[in-house]
Ligand binder design. Structure first.
Ligand code: DUC
Ligand code: ZN
Ligand code: ZN
Length: 474
């Protein structure tokens, strides 16, 4: 068999092993690992790490965000940015708006993505209107079609589900074997805090963080876990920001519940102080996301959880808006109160360098744990394993070549996303993706997108064994 491509001379890193060997590729797949492989084309990876491409299982792309606000990325720009950042797959959300069909939302979202992607993608669903029709027919059918995970919100006027609705949605997930992702912040507590702060004239972006303190996240996390235990369904608590929610998750995990957790770069690098404006310039709005970043002690707590296994995944929660735009952070109402500042920050391209530099280079996590947190566990939890998420015979040849020594300063002008800023402007990192290959073909090389738009596929996913209720062995 003559290989199409051999990546030679590098160090292959998976979630379990670090081995000096070559990787042989035929078509889309890895077909052999060995020494001195010969192929039609050879890529010299001397001095580089050869890792599975990043899988970012929590990104928002072209998601409807209200009448006056538009997301800054379409599928082309988001997936180009993902590829440049060392990722080969992203999982955005097809959002059901209240009063509309979930199936129609998915089909519309597919039309937007088709022919536009540089890396592979698969959609989670967001359920905002769990009508009998949605729960009885649309959702089970969509799960069978390969949309095997969905997100629910415990806050936001347009998205929040009441407890009874949460229980009903959990029940469908248990029956069908889908994984539920939970945005755990309590709606009523946030409203109470928001109104109190506004009455006191505390309306700048910084008060976004004050309006949703850790208590609010802790309470909702506990409630979500309790409901999940009652129904007997696994849950994934997404974008965990600090110790309070982590303690609830650890409590559940210790009791043997299948409660999974995700955290993000903002919770190890930013704090609420970043939301403070400089000279009333609204610059704090650039950092408004939910849950908000906390403080230095919370960052340490998150590192503990990344080391001790509370967290299974590290995602970006890429949710990009323009800063300097009436359709973005500086929309006409956002000066009147933090409540109108769109929630979310861009980060799909900087997730891997930030975790590598702050985690691996600073000795906080191992290289293998880095791969597990950024790729392998995303594939396992979301029904993509063993097609995606590792380097081994039979896996898709989704690979990032990584220079572990390269120093870079993150700057807006080297990034590929559609946003007009990065929250990490000036942040120095060691370790950088130098080449990304999607199913055996180079998609990003030395910061340039060289792949073909539309080669990225929209994938159906299997049910994940991690999403099975406790009635099943996992
Ligand atoms: N939740 C997210 O997951 N992303 C952005 C905003 C939000 O509230
Ligand atoms: Zn969320
Ligand atoms: Zn999100």
């Amino acid at each position: 068999m003559e290989l199409d491509l051999a990546i030679v001379g590098g160090t292959v890193v998976t979630a379990s092993d670090t081995i000096a060997c070559d990787v042989g590729i035929l078509g889309d797949k890895i077909v052999t690992l060995g020494r001195e492989l010969k192929a039609k084309r050879v890529i010299d990876a001397s001095g580089l790490l050869v890792m599975p491409g990043g899988i970012d299982s929590h990104v928002h792309i072209a998601q409807p965000s209200g009448p006056e606000v538009t997301m800054a990325d379409d599928f082309a720009s988001a997936t180009a940015s993902a590829a440049a950042g060392g990722n080969t797959m992203v999982l955005p959300f097809a959002l059901q708006q209240r009063g509309t069909s979930l199936r129609a939302a998915v089909e519309e979202y597919r039309r937007e993505a088709e022919g536009e992607c540089y890396v592979d993608t698969a959609f989670h669903l967001i359920i905002s209107d769990p009508t009998p029709e949605v729960l009885g027919q649309e959702l089970p059918a969509l799960i069978k079609d390969g949309y095997t995970s969905f997100k629910i919100f415990m806050t936001y006027d347009d998205l929040v589900l009441r407890d009874r609705e949460i229980l009903d949605v959990f029940d469908v997930a248990r029956r069908e074997g889908a994984l539920v992702m939970v945005h755990a912040e309590g709606y009523d507590a946030i409203r109470y805090m928001t109104e109190r702060l506004e009455r006191e004239g505390k309306t700048s972006s910084y008060y976004h963080a004050v309006s949703r303190p850790e208590i609010v996240e802790r309470e909702a996390t506990h409630r979500a876990i309790s409901h999940a235990e009652l129904v007997d369904v696994p849950v994934m608590i997404v974008h965990v920001s600090g110790r309070e929610a982590m303690e609830q998750i650890r409590w559940a995990q210790t009791r043997g519940l299948k409660v999974y957790a995700e955290t993000c770069p903002q919770y190890i690098t930013l704090t609420a102080d970043d939301l403070r404006d400089l000279n009333m310039d609204m610059s704090g709005a650039k950092y408004v996301c939910s849950p908000p970043p906390r403080d230095a002690e919370s960052q340490e707590a998150i590192w503990e959880g990344l080391r001790n296994g509370i967290f299974q995944t590290f995602s970006s929660d890429h949710c990009p808006f323009l800063f300097n735009s009436p359709a973005g952070k500086l929309n006409p109402k956002s000066r009147t109160s933090f409540r109108w500042v769109p929630n979310g920050i861009p980060g799909v391209e900087t997730r891997l360098p930030i975790l590598f530099s702050e985690g691996v280079v600073k000795g906080r996590i191992s290289l293998n744990r880095f791969v597990e947190l950024t790729s392998t566990n995303h594939a396992k939890l979301y029904g993509l394993y063993p097609k995606k998420g590792s380097i081994g015979v039979g896996f898709d040849a989704d690979i990032v070549l990584w220079d572990p020594e390269r120093k870079e300063t993150i700057r807006q002008d080297i990034l590929h996303h559609g946003s007009d800023y990065t929250p990490w402007e000036g942040f120095e990192v060691t370790g950088w993706p130098v080449m990304t290959l999607l199913r055996g073909k180079v998609v990003s090389n030395a910061g340039a997108i060289v792949g073909e738009k539309g080669r990225g596929q929209i994938l159906a996913r299997e049910l994940s064994t991690y999403a099975r209720s406790s009635q099943h062995a996992s």
